[in-house]
Write a protein that binds this ligand. Structure first.
Ligand SMILES: Cc1ncc(COP(=O)(O)O)c(C=O)c1O
Length: 394
């Protein structure tokens, strides 16, 4: 549903209040109702007819929309500064619906080669089966112009990238897309709208794995597409037709999780900076990929387009895969689990999770080495986190 918020507010106020029903001077619940239904009654056959003709916005069936989903959609649209949003059953449902909404057989998309593994496999294995070509560029966008053909319709980027935290110059990418009439799409999962609002930098669509920071509690799979109303409309049609709709219970969990988004991200960023500084000095760590460190190749860019450096990082251990496995098997407070962005700190080997089923070349282009460990820093006390890392590396 459209974002009707008029007064600009801070991200934490927005996360708590945007999209919620008016309650001032009313006897009304403060909490959000879960509209647990698949179907809605029509007032009359006349209303049914009006709905079929596109003249009525009545709720009819939850796959098409539902009041609880509507709250989540308005909240995310407001957080992203977007005109509209559609929530989905997963981040991959959001990504595939956004892409299929704007591409058809014969079209091409230019994408960063560095992507979350699921998105990479969608681009490599699925889109070409439906006649959609994929062209790749690096996160530095070198050679972008050379990839442009008359068939290219969209530019898809991820920034920061999963798992090695490289950044794309978002203003440059959006300007290029606008100049060449391409739809620009960004996966904003790693930054969250608290740290980066790509719509304000010129992006048409923003996709999220809402499973991550937006929810924040590692108990939900969810996604969202936000951006220009006309393009969100196309993504929504895909969600409705392909069936990647969100369930109202999940929407409630997402709304509840988003209420603390601002404070979670702020504290996670502070924890991550301390963890990154500790790891950077550790003799067994070859490299820390964290945009908050001055040594990171995109540190300057991060300062220019993000309001914080996030709580995701990757480390390369000196002993390669055996050292990375030993480290992951030894941590006690950090949990060995996929996913990220939640209150619990997690470690994972991208080689065996998000980046499974990739060739050596594909892995090396993604910056994933055998000793690469992805680290998601949560909300625990930072001294405890560092103590755990110290003992696991000892
Ligand atoms: C950056 C990024 N985008 C998209 C996804 C896919 O999201 P989901 O697992 O919610 O489908 C992930 C999952 O890890 C991710 O890390």
């Amino acid at each position: 549903m459209k974002n009707n918020q008029k007064t600009p507010r801070g991200p934490q106020t927005t996360a708590i209040h945007a999209g919620e029903p008016e309650r001032f001077r009313k006897s009304a619940p403060v909490g959000i109702d879960i509209c647990r239904t698949s179907s809605f009654t029509f007032a009359s056959t006349q209303e049914m007819k009006r709905w079929a003709e596109g003249k009525s916005k009545a709720w009819i069936y939850t796959r098409y929309g539902n009041p609880t989903l509507d709250v989540a959609e308005k909240k995310i649209a407001a957080l992203e500064g977007a005109e509209d949003c559609v929530v989905t059953a997963s981040g991959m449902a959001a990504i595939s619906s956004a892409l299929l909404g704007v591409l058809k057989a014969g079209d091409e998309v230019i994408s960063t080669a560095q992507l979350y593994g699921g998105t990479f496999r969608l681009m490599r294995d699925i889109l070409p089966r439906f006649g959609i070509g994929v062209r790749q560029v690096g996160t530095d966008l070198a050679g972008l112009e050379k990839q442009l053909t008359p068939q290219v319709r969209a530019l898809y980027v991820e920034s920061p990238t999963n798992p090695t935290l490289r950044l794309v110059d978002l203003r440059k990418a959006a300007d290029f897309a606008r100049k060449h009439k391409l739809v620009s799409i960004i996966d904003n999962t790693f930054a969250s709208p608290v740290l980066q609002q790509p719509v304000k930098m010129g992006f048409d669509l923003v996709v999220h794995s809402a499973t991550k920071y937006l929810n924040g509690h590692t108990d939900l799979i969810a996604g969202a597409v936000a951006g220009k109303a006309s393009l969100v409309h196309k993504a929504r049609n895909m969600v409705i037709c392909l069936g990647g709709s969100m369930d109202p219970e999940a929407a409630y969990m997402l709304i509840r999780g988003m209420k603390t988004l601002g404070v979670r991200v702020e504290r996670q960023c502070a924890n991550a900076m301390a963890v990154a500084k500790f790891l950077e000095k550790h003799p067994k760590v070859a490299r820390v990929h964290y945009p908050g460190l001055a040594a990171h190749p995109d540190h300057k860019l991060a300062k220019s387009q993000m309001s914080g450096f996030g709580s995701m990082m990757a480390i390369d251990l000196k002993g390669g895969l055996p050292a990375a496995r030993r480290f992951c098997d030894r941590v006690r407070l950090f949990l060995l689990a996929a996913s990220l962005g939640g209150v619990e700190s997690l470690v994972v080997l991208p080689l065996f999770t998000s980046h499974y089923n990739m060739s050596k070349e594909e892995l090396s282009r993604s910056g994933v080495g055998p000793g690469t460990v992805r680290v998601s820093v949560g909300l625990e006390d930072v001294a405890d986190l560092i103590a755990d890392l110290r003992q696991a590396l000892a």
